[in-house]
Design a protein. Structure first.
Length: 85
């Protein structure tokens, strides 16, 4: 068997661990696909993380925060943006 080395950044490792903990402790599996990270939301909306931060600060999008971890309910964000446009 051939060995393969993979290098990831500290931030990527942290995100993988946070996601694994979230999935392991999620009591409502159906929400698992709707509760997403900042990175995933910025990809889906095609905006930068800086813009997401600005939207959070201005109260334009709903989010949940536990400690330093921020998550978004994708359906809720989409509904909010639909009504604010």
């Amino acid at each position: 068997m051939e060995k393969t080395n993979i290098t990831i950044s500290k931030e990527e490792l942290k995100q993988l661990i946070e996601d694994a903990i979230y999935k392991a402790t999620c009591t409502q599996p159906n929400l698992e696909y709707n509760i997403i990270t900042e990175k995933e939301l910025s990809k889906r909306l095609n905006i930068t993380k800086v813009t997401l931060h600005k939207y959070r600060k201005q109260g334009k999008i709903p989010f949940s925060q536990i400690g330093r971890t921020i998550r978004y309910d994708y359906k809720e964000v989409m509904e909010t943006l639909k009504y604010k446009q």
